[in-house]
Ligand binder design. Structure first.
Ligand SMILES: COc1ccccc1CNc1ccc(C(N)=O)cn1
Length: 246
């Protein structure tokens, strides 16, 4: 998969994509991240990329022209059609489901706004999808883009080895993840639940699902109502709730 990032801070974006699982995915050529800086395509003497906002008010707005030229160069750099995503507080809330859909595309591009955002005419003409990583305002779209790169990059086939597999992730089946424990078995902070030491894989799987169901019920009931539960899961959650109540 190829991800193109349009940003005034290309070094920052390259560094975000160079570490950990995503960096390794690039080394394995499972993922290619390229950056494009609109300032390189600004034509005036001051290499302007922003201008004051019509109608007045504080702050600047990113201008059409440098972005149009940047996007044209970006699109021309590879054969695949590009799905262009704009990161903004006005976007659709990003979910794991949407991440999984994006991860299946051959190529996406991420447009990172700065200042008060981008001229609406450019957005209307060029952008395929507007996404928000949450209901808060950042000084730029770069950190939101880094979130998308990581969430999508780690899902590329071969990016995670078995020990890290994405299947058990939180949200991967619509539930929060279960608790995890590493050595030692006994510590001043407490001991590891017996079942995890039993070697009984069916019992361990049952315990983990029960914990995931219980946690989701306690912390994110909204996810539960979205997901719905089959009869065995409902019975398991009832068992958790009885134990939790006692
Ligand atoms: C004032 O900033 C803007 C105003 C308009 C657009 C983009 C920006 C850049 N900032 C962003 C970007 C994304 C998110 C998010 N929640 O995904 C939060 N902030």
């Amino acid at each position: 998969m190829r991800i193109d990032v349009v940003s005034l801070f290309p070094d920052f974006m390259r560094q975000c994509a160079a570490v950990g699982v995503v960096g390794r995915a690039q080394q394995r050529e499972l993922l290619q991240v390229e950056t494009w800086n609109p300032r390189d395509y600004a034509t005036d003497r001051h290499r302007s990329v922003d201008s004051s906002s019509y109608g007045g008010g504080p702050g600047m707005v990113m201008m059409i022209e440098p972005l149009r030229t940047t996007l044209a160069a970006m699109r021309a750099a590879a054969a695949e059609p590009v799905h262009l995503v704009y990161l903004s507080p006005q976007g659709t809330r990003l979910t794991q489901g949407r991440v999984e859909a994006l991860a299946r595309l051959p190529r996406i591009a991420l447009l990172c706004g700065r200042y008060e955002g981008v001229d609406e005419r450019l957005l209307a003409h060029e952008v395929d999808e507007e996404l928000s990583i949450g209901d808060y305002v950042l000084s730029g779209g770069e950190l939101a883009a880094a979130v998308v790169i990581d969430a999508v990059g780690r899902l590329q086939d071969g990016a995670l080895n078995d020990a890290q597999s994405a299947e058990q992730d939180s949200f991967s089946d619509g539930l929060l993840d279960c608790p995890h424990y590493a050595k030692p078995v006994h510590d001043a902070l407490g001991s590891v639940p017996e079942v995890l030491l039993s070697g009984d894989h069916a019992a361990i799987a049952r315990w983990r699902l029960k914990q995931s169901l219980g946690r989701t019920w306690l912390r994110r009931p909204d996810l539960l109502s979205q997901r719905g539960l089959d009869a065995p899961s409902r019975a398991l959650l009832d068992e958790f709730r009885r134990e939790h109540a006692s």
